[in-house]
Each structure stands twice: as C-alpha cells, then as structure tokens.
Design a protein around this ligand. Structure first.
Ligand SMILES: CC(C)(COP(=O)(O)OP(=O)(O)OC[C@H]1O[C@@H](n2cnc3c(N)ncnc32)[C@H](O)[C@@H]1OP(=O)(O)O)[C@@H](O)C(=O)NCCC(=O)NCCS
Length: 181
C-alpha cells in the first residue's frame, strides 16, 4: 500500500535500523504528550528495549507489526497482539498506533488502522479491541472509522507528565464488512 508520502508494509522480521526508527518514533510521540504506556522523558535505551521485545514477538508470531516509512525513515506504526488466551482465537488487540508528528493529519493514521484491520482478517481474526485516551485525536480517528465505543474508564492511566487520564474502550467486528479500501 502506498500514498505520495509514505509506504506501508507488514514486517516479518525487524532489523536494527527499523528498531532504531521505531524507537525514535515512540520517543517523538511521548515528547509530544501521547499516553502510550511510557512516562516523559523516554530514554532511547528504554525505547530500543521495548521495540526489541516487539521484534522477538513478531518473529514468534505473537504480534503483527505494520510500519510506514517516508523519505526520513519510520513515520508510523501499529501492532496487532495475536497471542491471546486460547478461548479468544477469533480476537486481536490493536496496540501502539503511532504517527510521527512530521507525518500527522495526512491520512496515515487512518491508513494504518485500515491496514491493521485487513491484516487481522488475513490472520483469521474477526473481533478487534483497543483503548485510547478519552478526548484524544486517536479517539476521534477510531470513532470516525466506524469503531464502537464501549465506554470510559476514569483515571485508567497517566499522561507522560503524570496527570491522570480517562480511557475509552473500543471494539470492531470484522465479520460483515471488508475494511480494505
Ligand atoms: C492518533 C494518531 C495516530 C492519528 O494519526 P494521523 O496520521 O494524524 O491520523 P489521520 O491523518 O488519519 O487523521 C487525523 C486528522 O487529520 C485529518 N486529515 C486526514 N488527512 C488529511 C489531509 N490530507 N489534510 C488535512 N487533514 C487531514 C483527519 O480528518 C483527522 O481529522 P480530525 O482529527 O479533525 O478528526 C496520531 O495523532 C498519533 O500518533 N498520536 C500520538 C500517539 C497516540 O496517541 N496514538 C494512539 C494510541 S491509542
């Protein structure tokens, strides 16, 4: 899949160059105030450690990793968590949807989400779940692309600066409608 600004693909292995690019992307998002599991400031070592664990999970088939790259390198990513309990073989969690600040508001987030849905179908998954900060850009993105709001959990996580934030849980059923387009 491609657009004028980036190329988007699923990776089966993640080399050190891409791990570095993914670490820089994660640091950019945390620097920008996104609540994506990490507190500010996020060191490069810590970010690299996270992506090396993800890389091992990708090789093990426990996660699907989608990466978008522009002329400067990695500019977006999203994951599907596939290693869920044996009574949920039809389900995946969408995780770590990240777009670099240089690439935002050009449709990349939407393209990543649609690509994640298409990948989930390819993996035989028919139900996707995610959560995101209530009132965030991401919440608007998911709602706008047809995801169903389940509800809000107050005070679920911390923003990178330590302020508590609410989380909205979403799901999407893939059974009835194709998502690629
Ligand atoms: C949430 C996030 C992934 C969205 O990425 P994005 O690439 O900016 O998403 P899109 O470009 O598809 O959509 C964002 C907005 O740009 C608009 N847009 C899309 N293409 C556009 C274009 N060509 N010109 C102008 N606006 C455009 C969309 O309509 C949308 O508008 P809205 O915010 O008013 O609803 C990004 O903001 C991000 O990485 N945030 C930090 C990390 C984060 O919070 N991740 C979510 C974890 S759950």
């Amino acid at each position: 899949m491609s657009s004028p600004g980036w190329s988007l693909r699923r990776l089966d292995t993640v080399d050190e160059t891409r791990i570095g690019g993914l670490a820089d992307l994660l640091i950019d998002c945390v620097d920008g105030g996104a609540s994506v599991s990490f507190m500010h400031p996020l060191s490069r070592d810590r970010a690299l450690g996270f992506w090396r664990r993800v890389a091992r999970a990708v090789v093990a088939g426990e996660r699907a990793l989608l990466v978008a790259e522009d002329a400067l390198g990695v500019c977006g990513t999203v994951q599907l968590v596939l290693d869920l309990p044996e009574n949920q073989p039809h389900r995946a969690d969408v995780s770590k949807m990240l777009v670099h600040r240089r690439a935002r508001r050009q449709g990349l987030g939407a393209a990543l989400l649609r690509a994640a849905e298409a990948t989930a179908r390819e993996c035989g998954r028919t139900l996707l779940v995610l959560d995101t900060v209530t009132g965030s850009d991401a919440e608007r993105l998911y709602a706008g692309l047809g995801w169903q709001r389940v509800g809000v959990i107050p005070g679920y996580a911390l923003m990178p600066d330590g302020a508590p934030c609410d989380t909205t849980v979403f799901y999407r059923e893939l059974r009835d409608e194709p998502s690629a387009g």
